[in-house]
Design a protein around this ligand. Structure first.
Ligand SMILES: [Zn+2]
Length: 111
């Protein structure tokens, strides 16, 4: 497949994943379910991103930068996102480097 053919698939998959994640993580209120699905989702998105970009021809040496960058972003993403057990809200800390401690909606201490 040529990059021109891969790009619409990548874009379509990305949009579908975005919609699914929006429904589960932002409209959904089930903190336990979110906590279970978030790591595989974030890691899966990272793997998908690397897979598609290399399939589109951005492989080779660019991967030496991209893979650690994606791993780092995935790690920070997992660390800075918490789910409130009290109200079910997804809390993403604006500052990626700091773990959120309290729910921004109900004030409950986060685990
Ligand atoms: Zn809350």
């Amino acid at each position: 497949m040529s990059p021109d053919e891969i790009f619409p698939i990548f874009f379509g998959t990305w949009v579908v994943l975005g919609i699914i994640s929006f429904i589960i993580f932002f409209l959904g209120k089930n903190a336990q379910l979110k906590r279970k699905l978030w790591p595989p989702f974030v890691i899966g998105a990272g793997v998908l991103f690397i897979g598609f970009t290399s399939a589109m021809g951005f492989g080779g040496q660019a991967l030496y930068i991209m893979i650690p960058a994606v791993v780092l972003i995935t790690f920070l993403n997992l660390r800075s996102t918490k789910f409130c057990d009290s109200c079910g809200k997804t809390i993403i800390n604006q500052n990626f480097l700091v773990k959120p401690e309290f729910c921004s909606k109900c004030g409950e201490k986060l685990q």
